[in-house]
Ligand binder design. Structure first.
Ligand code: SF4
Length: 740
């Protein structure tokens, strides 16, 4: 029987008349979906589709990927370089030479007057890896500033820091295939269906084949929590308490993997002493999860033949994000769940190439997971680039979140922003806006001329978008995939790779260091730097020496490590890297053992109080990416999610006399924002949730205390009060906002 469908006409999809399909990779999230772009007879792009032969997405795409081909001619694109003397003057069009010369002169002028580190560079997780590597050469080797960072400090820095502290190296040890093997799946602060829809689809497919417990830790009833077997609605910022308490149960009930702990870890004695302070009957009062549930979940996890944890911003964006990651690693190490099928500690990365910047950009060190603090690493890179190692700083400089305060104090006078939009993405944006007024010179390099950051720039470099360029991405499971240049650059925009190369020519060391013309030549340099041994004499794990563009396209992405010696898989003839790290229990530390790290809970968050009685939570919706610089221009993405809104509990709304779909004003100790109310039981009575994508919205309210290790801000732990507002005025404001 056709329930309700009898008289409906079938949906018909008009033919797009595709003449040719071109291979590329999605440029939004870190899932790393392979895409084919359809071109018609006139080489005009008409559609996109998922590549059916790609292991990551197996023909599927989410809404963003399906509409990504609309980016090429979307409104607001930069068409030519622009210059002006003061940030409130009219821009004047310039040639590339004029814009590059002026910027290079300003950088030198500022550095001559105030010192090399007075000019800062903040990049992104969305360039191609060859572009990151080239920017690293330029920033570290030519311009020579130590205050160079990426916007990954806002999303993945805690994962990087936690991995380094536990395993001696960055690099997610697991992969999507682990879903097929796990017997228990625990997600901390990760809402896969909205954040990473295709990873969620992979998980769901695995669950349909074979049932295993899905446990979700999240203060909000997210979409993933709605599908969970057990949902733990934790008190914000207390994940360390929950995990310590789980480890208390595991250790005191003898459920730990003693053999693995003895053979492959260090620090167990201290850890087992620490967790004695976290008995479930005590911990429940801090983390908000009852003692029976803590015990139940700990037993399920420890008794599973293989158990895995994933996490995203719910862990990373916290004052103890790095500790949270280290503690998830602790949980997996003491249960022997690292490096085995279905047993892993997998950070789900945010941006499409957050991994590429971590690996090769030199933001927090030197290329290929090398450290500025290590003399041998400095020497090796200086020799490879052909410069004096003394040109490099001997320790890492400021992170993005410390660069803006340094602009306030006058320590930094000039800034180059590449493909990121801190005026929307940083916490407490009013403070960022004020800081930008202090700059002597700001250059903004972006695909879009109307990006909010450009309001304060003195020079604008129009960059080419996505598949107008060529180069690689690395996804969440360490899979390197290729973006191919399907179209030439739009108008007078240029690939970021070209812009960095041209800027290098204007610096003295740019004449000593080779800056190849083609991205593949930069890739070959990275390959050469990726092999061999690290400072502790361990074989480098970030080894891509066996890869080539040709092999990557053939395999639709290859995971690293993929060493020179690797060939095709004997049975399948496929080109495959290693699916998992640390399978032999040897880590990248001096002792080759993983570190078990004592993580004690300290409570330093801003919390609800009498004046600001609601927790403020923020996160992503499926239609948008980051600050909507791109998705805000795509018709259907914007149509499905056009308005800044707030999820609010109906009981709390009733108490304040607030109606569904009315506008309210939220106020925090930093500022205020007006949003539309959506009443839902997804949030508790003392919490509200707002998508983070919209300009002049949630980040006007956020405090963003910093994690001491990663310098990542705590976007998700703050407090607000809610007031009713004049509805007509708020509606008018909203219409103006939508016009953007
Ligand atoms: Fe792109 Fe991520 Fe969507 Fe895949 S899941 S199509 S990578 S945005």
């Amino acid at each position: 029987m056709l329930f309700g469908r009898k008289n409906r006409k079938p949906i018909s999809i008009p033919s797009k008349k595709v003449k040719e399909w071109k291979y590329t990779t999605c440029n939004y999230c870190s899932t790393g979906c392979s895409i084919e772009i359809g071109l018609d007879d006139n080489k005009k792009i008409v559609t996109s589709r998922g590549h059916a032969g790609a292991d990551v997405n197996r023909g599927k795409l989410c809404i963003k990927g399906l509409l990504e081909h609309e980016l090429f001619e979307s409104p607001g694109r930069g068409t030519q370089p622009l210059l002006r003397d003061k940030h409130y003057d009219e821009f004047k069009p310039a040639t590339w030479d004029q814009a590059l010369d002026k910027t290079a002169d300003k950088i030198k002028e500022i550095q001559d007057k105030y010192g090399r580190d007075s000019f800062a560079i903040v990049s992104s997780g969305q360039l191609l890896t060859e572009e990151f590597y080239t920017l690293g050469k330029l920033a570290r080797g030519c311009i020579g500033t130590n205050n160079y960072d990426g916007n990954t400090t806002l999303c993945m820095a805690s994962a990087v820091s936690g991995y380094k502290r536990s395993f001696g190296s960055d690099g997610p040890p697991g992969c999507y295939d682990d879903f097929e093997h796990t017997h228990c799946f625990m997600a901390f602060g990760s809402n896969l269906p909205e954040q990473h829809p295709i990873i969620y689809w992979r998980l769901k497919e695995a669950l349909e084949k074979r049932k295993f417990p899905l446990i979700v830790v999240d203060p909000r009833v997210t979409m993933l929590a709605q599908f969970a077997d057990i949902h733990l609605p934790i008190t914000p910022g207390t994940d360390c308490v929950l995990i310590n308490s789980m480890m208390y149960v595991i250790i005191n009930e003898g459920l730990q993997d003693k053999k693995y702990i003895d053979a492959h870890t260090q620090g167990y004695d201290e850890l087992q002493v620490l967790v004695q302070d976290y008995a479930p009957e005590v911990a429940q009062h801090q983390c908000g999860i009852d003692e029976d549930t803590i015990r139940n979940v700990a037993r399920i996890y420890a008794k599973a033949p293989a158990a895995m944890s994933i996490w995203t911003m719910g862990i990373n964006q916290s004052t103890h994000g790095s500790d949270g990651v280290a503690n998830i690693n602790n949980l997996n190490l003491i249960t022997g769940n690292i490096g085995k099928p279905g047993g892993t500690s997998l950070s789900i990365t945010g941006q499409c190439n957050a991994m590429g910047t971590r690996e090769w950009s030199s933001c927090s060190g030197l290329p290929g997971y090398r450290y500025l603090e290590n003399a041998a690493d400095r020497q090796e890179i200086a020799d490879f680039w052909g410069i004096d190692p003394e040109f490099f700083p001997k320790k890492r400089g400021l992170a993005e979140t410390d660069i803006f305060p340094a602009i306030e104090t006058g320590e930094i006078k000039g800034l180059w922003i590449v493909a990121t939009n801190p005026m929307t993405s940083m916490p407490n944006t009013a403070r960022i806006r004020k800081a930008l007024e202090n700059l002597d010179f700001l250059v903004v390099q972006d695909v879009y001329e109307d990006v909010e950051m450009n309001q304060y720039s003195h020079a604008f470099f129009p960059a080419s978008v996505w598949a107008e360029k060529q180069g690689c991405h690395t996804n969440t499971e360490r899979r390197v995939n290729l973006i191919d240049n399907v179209l030439p650059p739009y108008k007078d925009s240029k690939p970021d790779f070209w812009i960095f190369n041209q800027m290098a020519k204007r610096f003295e060391n740019g004449k000593k260091i080779k800056f190849p013309d083609k991205p593949e030549e930069a890739f070959n340099e990275m390959k050469a730097l990726s092999k061999g041994k690290n400072a502790y004499g361990n074989e480098r794990i970030l080894d891509i020496s066996g890869m080539s563009y040709e092999k990557i396209i053939k395999a639709r992405g290859i995971q690293w490590p993929y060493r020179e010696s690797e060939g095709e898989d004997n049975e399948t003839g496929e080109l495959k890297g290693e699916a998992r790290l640390y399978t032999d229990g040897k880590f990248q530390t001096k002792s080759q053992r993983a570190n078990l790290i004592c993580v004690d809970f300290y409570d330093n968050n801003e919390k609800p109080c009498k004046d600001y009685p609601f927790w403020l939570n923020s996160g992503r919706v499926v239609e948008h990416f980051h600050t909507r610089t791109r998705t805000g221009k795509i018709g259907n993405c914007n149509k499905f999610s056009p308005t800044p809104y707030m999820e609010m509990n109906p009981d709390a709304a009733a108490e304040l006399g607030i109606a569904h779909q009315s506008y309210v004003r939220l106020t925090s100790r930093r500022g205020d924002a007006v949003v539309l109310v959506q009443l839902t039981q997804r949030v508790s009575r003392n919490m509200v949730f707002i998508p983070f994508h919209f300009h002049d919205c949630v980040n006007r309210l956020t405090l963003g205390l910093l994690d001491p290790y990663s310098r990542q801000p705590a976007f998700k732990q703050g407090s607000v009060r809610i007031e009713t507002v004049d509805q007509d005025e708020a509606a008018r404001l909203n219409v103006e906002r939508r016009a953007y």
